[in-house]
Design a protein around this ligand. Structure first.
Ligand SMILES: [Cu+2]
Length: 323
């Protein structure tokens, strides 16, 4: 028994987590999870039954071994699969509307897959962007959220197992995934379609929070960037503009860019840098800027190895201050 305990707890632990299809945090994934358990349960029961019959045929008493009569073959080989598979299919089809669009979403979020990060735009009721951010999505619990999925380059796939199944992001198309989160928490998503060298380091999070926290977060994200209030931070902003960062990155209130890279208006408050590649900190920011190619080889940001140490420090401190 003592030996079985760790095994058991391992088994149970394997059924929960921040990136787990069988630990549902939304109505949609609850349906998918239920369907999966039904399939696993049914498959296990049928497997055990077939094995029992096989064992009986091999080891049973000689006189009763003759299982090969017509009834068993017609019943077990034709009728049973037809009935069970039809029932399963009916159940799955009947439940499918749970996964489709229903009702008017309370929130529209456009997510664009880029090599190798996620551009996130919160839209107003007319479909205009209210603000842009990257790699970290925050949504309110118990509200229907529509994710409008696009791609800027190649095919990516949007996948947050705790919230829903996968949906490919296809260049030139927009697809909508509707999710109604039911449990607060931080859930991990991952690109699920090979999209290039750094496909594996193309992660993101969806944080489900209560309504009040969402309103607060939304208002804070909409605001333009914090104004530097010390010589170091002012120097950092100047370096940001003079070193050319501003040609790819927007810091709202400071510059508008061609937006080849993530919006950095509130980058200081992100958990990670480089779409989940490294945890965010002052040191990590400096390391990323100086040589993002060493941390995430092949990503679309050039390394800035020749920045003066003082300039590097200043620009990293400036970005860290942008909460
Ligand atoms: Cu991708």
């Amino acid at each position: 028994m003592k030996r079985a305990l760790p095994l058991l707890s391992f088994g149970l632990a394997a059924c929960s987590g921040v990136q787990h299809a069988l630990d549902p945090a939304s109505e949609e994934s609850a349906f998918i999870g239920g369907l999966s358990w039904l399939l696993y349960g049914g498959a296990t029961a049928i497997f055990l039954l077939v094995m029992a019959i096989a064992a009986y045929a091999v080891f049973g008493p000689e006189s009763r071994k003759r299982l090969a009569h017509r009834k068993l073959i017609v019943g077990g080989g034709i009728l049973f699969p037809v009935v069970t598979l039809t029932a399963l299919m009916t159940y799955a089809f009947a439940g499918a509307p749970n996964l489709l669009l229903r009702g008017e979403p309370a929130l529209h979020v456009e997510v664009t897959g880029e090599q190798y990060w996620w551009r996130v735009r919160y839209l107003d009721e007319n479909g205009w962007a209210q603000f842009e951010t990257a790699n970290e999505i925050v949504v309110p619990a118990n509200r229907t959220v529509a994710f409008h999925l696009r791609s800027a380059d190649v095919i990516h796939s949007f996948w947050v197992p705790n919230l829903h199944g996968k949906l490919d992001m296809i260049p030139g198309h927009s697809k909508t995934m509707q999710v109604r989160p039911t449990r607060t928490g931080v859930y991990r998503g991952q690109c699920a379609e090979y999209c290039g060298t750094q496909h594996a380091k193309m992660a993101f999070t969806v944080e489900v929070v209560n309504e009040k926290d969402f309103e607060r977060w939304h208002a804070a994200r909409k605001a333009t960037a914090r104004i530097p209030d010390s010589p170091l931070l002012q120097r950092g902003r100047d370096v940001f503009l003079s070193a050319g960062c501003g040609s790819c990155h927007t810091v709202r209130g400071v510059n508008e860019s061609r937006a080849l890279g993530p919006d950095l208006t509130h980058v200081g408050s992100r958990r990670t840098l480089g779409a989940g590649a490294i945890p965010n900190s002052l040191g990590a920011l400096a390391g990323w800027i100086a040589d993002s190619q060493a941390l995430k080889p092949g990503n679309r940001m050039p390394a800035f190895r020749n920045l003066q140490p003082g300039d590097l420090q200043a620009v990293a401190a400036y970005l860290a201050s942008l909460e």
